[in-house]
Design a binder for this molecule. Structure first.
Ligand SMILES: [Zn+2]
Length: 263
């Protein structure tokens, strides 16, 4: 709950649009999914060395594969998850969750060739760096990809167990809600103001440069790409605020609107 409260506070900084996060359900996995057990092919000597020698090293997990397969899992299991929610919240019977944030203890990694939505059809079976800390689909909120059978409203974030994933979670939810990185062009599928009017070096929440940032929808977040700990790390750029406001007015974003007390 502390994690979620901190996340909500980050979004409360925004005056326009006004965004409140409401925690709907918490699920704790009791057994790993198949892709969690399949270790990625480590294409870099550094990762291979860490994997062998770093004490207590967490298992690597390909971030693109994680959101693709989690999206497919939630698509398949949507009925079951929804059924559980129904027992607790009769009012929301027919509504799947707007956003799904998956927090993992694995060490997320990525292949140099992985680049967002474009890599959805590739196996995402290898990794060449592990500086990535989160992954999501830009503008994935409310979206379902029925052709491929997966939900796109999924973000995965790594957390070492001490709330270090909160800022990354805010960043990934920003992506899901339609924002690209500061400095990036708008996505062709979303358009809107994009992030060109803001500096990627500002260190603000959406400043990180990740794989796919330039074009096709991968919302990666890499540690070290921003000044962690600086006051700007907790703030949204005006570009992000404009993009979130733009996205919130699109027809696809209607699922995000809830009447109080669900705000
Ligand atoms: Zn990102």
């Amino acid at each position: 709950m502390i994690y979620f409260t901190r996340l909500d506070l980050i979004f409360r900084q925004l005056a326009t649009p006004s965004i409140r996060l409401r925690l709907r359900d918490i699920y704790i996995a009791t057994k790993p999914l198949a892709f969690q057990k399949a270790e990625p092919i480590l294409r870099s000597p550094t990762l291979q060395k860490n994997n062998r020698t770093a004490e207590g090293h967490r298992p690597y997990m390909n971030a693109m594969r994680a959101i693709n397969e989690l999206g497919a899992y939630f698509y398949r299991e949507g009925g079951a998850l929804q059924g559980h929610a129904q027992q607790q919240q009769q009012q929301q019977q027919q509504q799947p969750s707007d956003l799904m944030l998956v927090i993992t203890g694995a060490d997320l990694c990525s292949d140099a060739a992985d680049s967002g939505w474009a890599s959805a059809g590739t196996p995402n079976d290898g990794c060449s760096y592990a500086s990535i800390r989160g992954q999501s689909f830009v503008g994935g909120a409310c979206r379902v990809d029925r052709r491929r059978g997966r939900r796109l409203n999924v973000a995965v974030v790594e957390d070492g167990g001490y709330f270090d994933g909160v800022l990354v979670s805010a960043h990934e939810l920003g992506h899901l809600l339609g924002a690209v990185h500061d400095g990036a062009w708008p996505l062709s599928g979303i358009l809107g103001p994009g992030g060109r009017g803001c500096s990627p070096a500002s260190g603000q929440l959406m400043a990180a440069a990740g794989p796919g940032a330039g074009g096709n929808g991968g919302g990666g977040f890499r540690k070290g790409a921003k000044k962690v700990g600086g006051s700007s790390a907790f703030t949204w750029s005006h570009c992000t605020a404009e993009q979130l406001a733009y996205y919130a007015r699109l027809p696809v974003a209607m699922c995000l609107y809830h009447r109080p007390p669900f705000m």
